[in-house]
Design a binder for this molecule. Structure first.
Ligand code: FES
Length: 102
């Protein structure tokens, strides 16, 4: 198995019943996740950057929440417009985007 360089967890407000409802979902985290997937394809980074959706992290008021490992960087209020910066500066540049960090 290939170990990704970055593992990204995006809150889509999944619940244990399988329903999606909650702050991040209502603020567009599903299209946000799709934007991350598109950028991976466009930049040919599959295998280096892996994305998974998650349930609530418990800090909904700061959502949509995106968590990146291995550093354990937490981004808040992430919009689709922020995705290119995260790829440019963090995944390809090696430096987390400080003004999006929470
Ligand atoms: S619903 Fe996303 S952090 Fe709570």
């Amino acid at each position: 198995m290939v170990q990704p360089k970055y593992h990204v967890f995006i809150c889509t407000s999944c619940t244990i019943t399988g329903q999606q409802r909650g702050f991040c979902y209502n603020k567009g985290s599903v299209p946000l996740l799709q934007k991350f997937m598109e950028e991976i394809t466009d930049r040919d980074l599959s295998g280096e950057v892996v994305v998974n959706n998650t349930g609530c992290f418990g800090i909904c008021e700061k959502g949509p929440i995106v968590v990146v490992y291995p550093e354990g960087v937490w981004y808040g209020n992430v919009s689709e417009e922020d995705v290119e910066r995260i790829f440019d500066e963090h995944f390809e540049g090696g430096a987390p985007v400080k003004d999006l960090m929470i």
